[in-house]
Write a protein that binds this ligand. Structure first.
Ligand code: PAF
Length: 274
């Protein structure tokens, strides 16, 4: 495995190049992306870069977990060929002032609650695509809205990159794997599986039985019944366009329920087909 700090060191690829962008603090979710990448590509490149432009809250950027030595061990074990772990100056030699148009996909849910977040994601992902030059790139469905936005960006710019979405990886108790989970206190970690328990129960029982607005209210109420959790939003939206649903008219599987929940100081997101 070759560790590259500079873009110019990314050389000597073989065949199809697959890319897994990450912000480090790696877990099983990331490793499932690496596995998928290795199965379908000849060269696997992983980036580790905590991108400052996508954090709308400076405290969140400061507290974001950084575990590079352990990440490099995991990636070597996983059979990765190249790790790109640049400095901020390497990625942004000049401040990035680009503003992206994501066709409105960035105005709801995460975009509405984290202003500027998706513009920062667009900046870093487009920059990483430029230097890594992959044929395929792999993203997890936990960040379902991010995946939709990146697909949109690639389609708009005509970049010849196939975007591959990969299923959410969960702990045994249902909590979606996230780098932020390691910031949870033991009490909040014990409370957090309630998010998926409520979502999976709702996916089974609410569809078609109560109006969509009522379903969202019930989901929030059931999550918030755990005193250590506080729902920021619940949305039920089209999996294709992300437009909020007003009724259950869509075919089964075409709607998803999205939530953001505060577990103390840690903000968690999750989603499920409904
Ligand atoms: O999903 C993430 O970890 C980040 O948003 C990404 C895609 C690596 C860009 O910084």
């Amino acid at each position: 495995m070759k560790l590259c700090r500079r873009a110019t060191e990314l050389a000597g690829y073989r065949g199809t190049v697959g890319f897994v962008p990450t912000m480090g603090a790696l877990h099983e979710g990331h490793l499932s992306l690496v596995k998928k990448c290795r199965e379908t590509c000849d060269t696997t490149v992983v980036s580790i870069f905590v991108n400052p432009t996508q954090f709308n809250d400076p405290k969140d950027l400061q507290n974001y977990p950084r575990t590079e030595a352990q990440d490099l061990e995991l990636l070597a074990e996983a059979g990765v060929d190249f790790v790109f772990a640049p400095t901020v100056e390497e990625v942004y030699p000049e401040p990035d002032t680009r503003c992206f148009d994501f066709g409105g996909l960035d105005r709801i849910m995460e975009g509405e609650h984290r202003p500027g977040h998706f513009n920062g994601v667009g900046q870093v992902v487009s920059r990483l695509f430029e230097v890594v030059k992959p044929h395929k790139a792999f993203f997890g469905e936990k960040d379902f809205q991010q995946l939709a936005i990146i697909r949109y960006m690639v389609a708009q710019t005509g970049l010849p990159i196939e975007i591959v979405g990969c299923p959410i990886v969960r702990d045994r108790d249902g909590l979606a794997r996230s780098s932020r989970n390691m910031l949870l206190s033991p009490e909040h970690r014990a409370a957090a599986p309630r998010i998926y328990a409520v979502l999976s129960e709702a996916a089974e029982t609410l569809r078609g039985r109560v109006p969509v607005t009522e379903a969202k209210r019930i989901i929030a109420e059931q999550i918030d019944a755990e005193p250590l959790l506080k729902t920021e939003y619940v949305e039920i939206a089209s999996a294709k366009t992300l437009s909020p649903a007003t009724g259950w008219g869509e075919r089964i599987g075409d709607l998803r329920c999205f939530v953001a929940v505060h577990a103390g100081p840690v903000r968690l997101i999750d989603n499920i087909a409904i």
